[in-house]
Design a protein around this ligand. Sequence first.
Ligand code: CTP
Ligand code: CA
Length: 226
Amino acid sequence: NRLLNPALPLAGKRVLVTAGGTMERIDPVRYITNDSSGKMGYAIAEAAKRLGAQVTLVTGKASVAVPAGIEVVPVDSTMDMLEAVLDRFDDCDIVIKAAAVADYRAARPSDKKIKKKDERMTLELIKNPDILQTLGERKTKQFIVGFAAETDNGELHAMDKIRRKKSDLLVLNDVTVPGAGFGTDTNIVTVFDESGLVVALPQLSKREVAERLLVLIAERLKARGG
Ligand code: CTP
Ligand code: CA
């Protein structure tokens, strides 16, 4: 086994990061999406590259510039993101799912602009596949990291998600806390594994959060002989 180079702990590793928000078309001029600036995911992709990895960034809608020197795969919908990730999954060592994935899509997207008519209208939505859970079921050697943005009962939801989706780590941020979450340059995250709390990081720049996470991932991969 390769020695862990402290400067480049991800040398030789293939890392796939998802970031941004997926969007679901309702008609040619309208869509549903989630809040996500893409900042955290892009910071992770950039940090993985700095730490020596070969990085692919599968990204939905984001409001920051795509990082230089990284393979970028733009996607629109959750189904597109699922396909892009599955196409690359076998070759990956680490998958980090920072994307804000739309849970539902329009049951019948319209190819023409929908005209307003009645005082009320109902839009039927159907559940999207869960990408992280699909990966958890298919994983062989891959180290899989999920994210959860919560407003309440964070730890409870985090533990439920990590077990349900068979992730190796889950990164929780409470989006109600100032300095954490959407659009900010800093984040305050807590990391869990299937047995519970791993580490609660203080408020840090997203760049630092990304580096700390990746060093933790590299250590865990090494500890299991990867
Ligand atoms: N995720 C995914 N596919 C989905 C939904 C979520 O891959 N269809 C991933 C996200 O990218 C994230 C993790 O699952 O890494 C947790 O997302 P979250 O929205 O918090 O979980 P959900 O299971 O959708 O639960 P909730 O009802 O809280 O939205
Ligand atoms: Ca969700």
